[in-house]
Design a protein around this ligand. Structure first.
Ligand code: ADP
Length: 360
């Protein structure tokens, strides 16, 4: 069953269209992230789902029922904001109880449900503390508990970790993800941080300029991006533009500068004589001995970054970024060979042009 269906959703502010007719289905229990640069429409989408913004056109369905015109309090959602939005004069337990009191839940049941929610977000021993006596991460767990205690059908989170420092943010990613799986609640998570979206989500929805560019599993968004814009937003992407030497049933033969060739398996369409644009992630290129290598280059810059070494390599295909293991170190200025795993090169959509012209 589809839990949330967004159908051709348009949201305009005056003449400006913040959402240009987006459509998306989210399954029961799924964790979906809306990912994209600032201003692309992520928060607007979430606010339309929550009912904090009136939609201009289109529909939003929960369990196949149109809720587009319902008030936020009638939508069965729990919401967590970047700013926590806790009541400062209430203790943790009182913050959690508030939503239930508003819903006139009997006192004994409130007590039970608050105790359960505090346990879920691991705050039982802080029940009587006020928000200002808690760390940022603890405060955000109160906000999570407060959203979950009302047992909503859908959990909406808007950049909930943006105010936390890097270490805590990492911990909270795991915490939220585990909790979401345990509770099994359909979750929509807004972030501009690609690592966060990738590590937490079942599916990542990449947005630009009020439209969805791709909605897919994290692995697919990373390895098989729908557009170059997606490729570059979700990680570092090298784009190679290579002439097609021949196209056969078993693959595409591409020519590298310096005479090397690459045989791209599969059915990527590229006619002989055209140019093909391919994406290679930095960790998918290996530095090898220059003699007999597919492509030659020279190390322009080298940066040690803990887990790996980052090389900026000047090549006849332009500058390429390569990630190498710390067990292999190559000095700046050194001539190197580059080796590509043709299986993992990804032809970019619309990336075919003519050899004499400019690729699209
Ligand atoms: P994101 O969450 O991806 O950063 P938003 O959804 O907040 O982006 O904004 C999308 C676009 O809508 C932006 O161009 C923003 O300026 C515009 N926008 C958002 N809220 C309003 C508003 N209340 N009035 C006018 N324009 C708005």
């Amino acid at each position: 069953m589809t839990e949330v269906s967004i159908l051709s959703l348009v949201k305009s502010y005056g003449k400006a269209e913040a959402l240009k007719g987006i459509s998306l289905n989210i399954d029961h229990g799924e964790f979906v992230s809306l990912l994209g640069p600032s201003g692309c429409g992520k928060s607007t989408t979430l606010k339309c789902i929550a009912g904090f913004e009136e939609i201009t056109d289109g529909k939003i369905l929960f369990d196949n029922k149109d809720i587009s015109r319902k008030l936020p309090e009638d939508r069965d959602i729990g919401m967590v904001f970047q700013s926590y939005a806790l009541f400062p004069h209430m203790t943790v337990a009182q913050n959690l109880a508030f939503g239930l009191e508003m819903r006139r839940v009997p006192r004994a049941e409130i007590k039970q449900r608050v105790a359960r929610a505090m346990d879920m977000v691991q705050l039982t021993k802080y029940a009587d503390r006020y928000p200002k006596m808690l760390s940022g991460g603890q405060q955000q767990r109160v906000a999570l508990g407060r959203a979950l205690v009302i047992e909503p059908a859908i959990l909406l989170l808007d950049e909930p970790l943006a105010n936390l420092d890097a270490k805590l943010r990492d911990e909270m990613r795991g915490f939220i993800r585990d909790l979401q799986k345990r509770v099994g609640i359909t979750t929509i998570y807004v972030t501009h941080d690609q690592d966060e979206a990738m590590t937490m989500s079942d599916r990542v929805v990449v947005m630009f300029n009020g439209a969805i560019a791709q909605a897919a599993r994290p692995e697919d968004v990373y390895n098989h991006p729908a557009t170059e814009e997606v490729a570059k937003f979700v990680g570092n992407a090298n784009i190679l533009e290579l002439p097609v030497a021949a196209q056969g049933a078993e693959g595409t033969l591409l020519t590298l500068p310096g005479g090397g060739t690459l045989n791209l398996p599969g059915t990527a369409s590229g006619q002989a004589g055209s140019l093909m644009r391919l994406m290679a992630r930095p960790e998918q290129i290996a530095l090898v001995d220059p003699s007999g290598a597919q492509l030659g280059g020279r190390i322009a810059k080298r940066y040690f970054s803990g887990g790996h070494i980052e090389y900026h390599v000047d090549t006849d295909c332009g500058p390429l970024l390569v990630l190498g293991p710390t067990s292999q170190t190559v000095a700046e200025g050194q001539a190197v060979g580059l080796s590509f795993d043709a299986q993992r090169l990804w032809p970019m959509q619309g990336g075919v042009g003519t050899a004499s012209g400019v690729a699209a």
